[in-house]
Design a protein around this ligand. Structure first.
Ligand code: ZN
Ligand code: ZN
Length: 177
C-alpha cells in the first residue's frame, strides 16, 4: 500500500475521480505537548482511513485509536486513557512551493506530489480529543486535603468530618482552572 509511518502514497488515487482506497497505519508517537504538559502514549497510534478522490481534493476520513497516559486531577496518579476519535481532512494538491488558495473549507490541507503526510493532522486531532478535565475514575476519592493521603489507597486519620459530597463537587469546580 506504499505506507511508511504516517505517510500515504496516493499515486493510484490522484488521477481517477471517485476512486477510493483503504489504509491502515500504525506508528509509535513521541510524547505530545498538551497545554503545559507532556503526554506520553501508552500504545501505538492506529489510523484506519478511507481516502476518496473527490475531484478538487482527496477526502480522508476514518478513525484514530490509541491510549495516552494522563494525570488524574483529583488523586494526581497517572492513568491510561483510551482514546478513539474521528479523523477527517480534505487534502488539496498544490505545486511545490505554492500555497493553498481559495477553498472555503475548514478541513482543507495542502499536499504536493503523490504522498500525503497525515502526521500533523493526526497529532492535532488527538490533541483536540484529550479531555481538559482528566479524572482516573468518577469514583476517585482524591487526596486528603489535610495530609495528602491518596484516599483511593488508604484511609487517613484526619478529621475531614463528612464533607458533604455536593460541597466536594463544588470545591472541585472552584479549583478547576
Ligand atoms: Zn484519581
Ligand atoms: Zn488526612
Amino acid at each position: 500500500m506504499g505506507c511508511f509511518g504516517m505517510k500515504i502514497n496516493v499515486k493510484g488515487l490522484r488521477h481517477a475521480l471517485g476512486n477510493r482506497e483503504h489504509f491502515d497505519l500504525q506508528e509509535n508517537f513521541p510524547p505530545l505537548k498538551f497545554q503545559d504538559e507532556t503526554i506520553e502514549f501508552n500504545k501505538p497510534v492506529k489510523v484506519s482511513l478511507d481516502i476518496t478522490n473527490a475531484g478538487d481534493f482527496l477526502d480522508a476520513r476514518g478513525k484514530i485509536t490509541t491510549a495516552v497516559r494522563l494525570n488524574c486531577g483529583r488523586c494526581l496518579e497517572s492513568f491510561v486513557y483510551p482514546l478513539e476519535t474521528n479523523f477527517e481532512e480534505h487534502y488539496y494538491p498544490v505545486e511545490e512551493g505554492q500555497e493553498l488558495e481559495g477553498p472555503d473549507d475548514e478541513d482543507a490541507v495542502s499536499f504536493t506530489g503523490e504522498t500525503l503526510n497525515i502526521e500533523p493532522e493526526v497529532i492535532n486531532t488527538i490533541q483536540l480529543a484529550i479531555p481538559m478535565r482528566q479524572i482516573c475514575s468518577e469514583e476517585c476519592r482524591g487526596l486528603c486535603p489535610q495530609c495528602g493521603t491518596n484516599l483511593n489507597k488508604e484511609e487517613c486519620s484526619c478529621k475531614n468530618d463528612n464533607i458533604d459530597p455536593r460541597m466536594a463537587v463544588l470545591k472541585e469546580l472552584l479549583e478547576e482552572k
